[in-house]
Ligand binder design. Structure first.
Ligand code: SF4
Length: 208
């Protein structure tokens, strides 16, 4: 059909108005691609807190081979996307966990591995461990069990990737930024004021 006819003009308008061709839709396609790549390139901080840390190394071995899902380990927080809190967390360790999490660049995600991160687990009445991890840091995915097998952790990664790809829930790092007063108040109940660097101090000199 000729573009110079009235019908041709109407056809062009239909294409321009069509959702499939709209700029808004193009942006959402780009965002979907970004989310897909993000979900398939997860850099996990090599860091363990409790006995669940023993179940982490096997997922990187040839038997489980989690690299096929785009998950690999890195040594430093500033290069990492994923922090796994792998079990019970003493007050002393929590301070380091918070610092590591805050030094990670966004977008970043936190996995709570094992019952101890959910309700304290067998350390529920301990005098020096935290009971609920999500009172101090935002948890994006819990993997329950004591201790969870490597298969359970892999399942947790698959579910987290699914959430990132489909934007199923608001990422924890956004909640942490927006509700920082809540997390900070709970952290200060343990550490008091001025005993850990502020959120802003941890990010000093980094592009947001
Ligand atoms: S959930 Fe069980 S295995 Fe994991 S840290 Fe707690 S006690 Fe250890």
């Amino acid at each position: 059909m000729s573009e110079n006819t009235q019908e041709g003009f109407v056809d062009q308008q239909k294409v321009l108005n069509n959702e499939e061709y709209s700029i808004k839709n193009t942006q959402s396609i780009i965002q979907k691609a970004v989310d897909w790549f993000r979900a398939r390139s997860m850099f996990v901080l090599a860091y363990g807190t409790g006995c669940g840390a023993i179940e982490m190394p096997p997922i990187f071995t040839s038997r489980y081979d989690i690299e096929r899902l785009g998950v690999i380990g890195v040594a430093t927080p500033r290069q990492a996307d994923i922090l796994i809190v792998s079990g019970y967390c003493s007050y002393k360790t929590l301070k380091r966990v918070i610092r590591s999490y805050e030094q990670m660049n966004e977008p970043k995600y936190l996995i709570g591995l094992g019952s101890c991160t959910i309700n304290g687990g067998m350390y529920w009445d301990s005098y020096n461990t935290i009971k609920k991890l999500d009172e101090y840091l935002p948890v994006d995915m819990y993997v329950n069990g004591c201790m969870p097998r490597p298969e359970a952790l892999i399942e947790g990664f698959v579910k987290l990737q699914d959430n990132i790809r489909n934007a199923k829930s608001e990422a924890g790092y956004i909640q942490y930024r927006e509700n920082n007063a809540f997390y900070r108040a709970n952290q200060e109940k343990i550490f008091g004021k001025n005993t850990i660097p502020t959120f802003e101090e941890n990010f000093a000199g980094m592009n947001q």
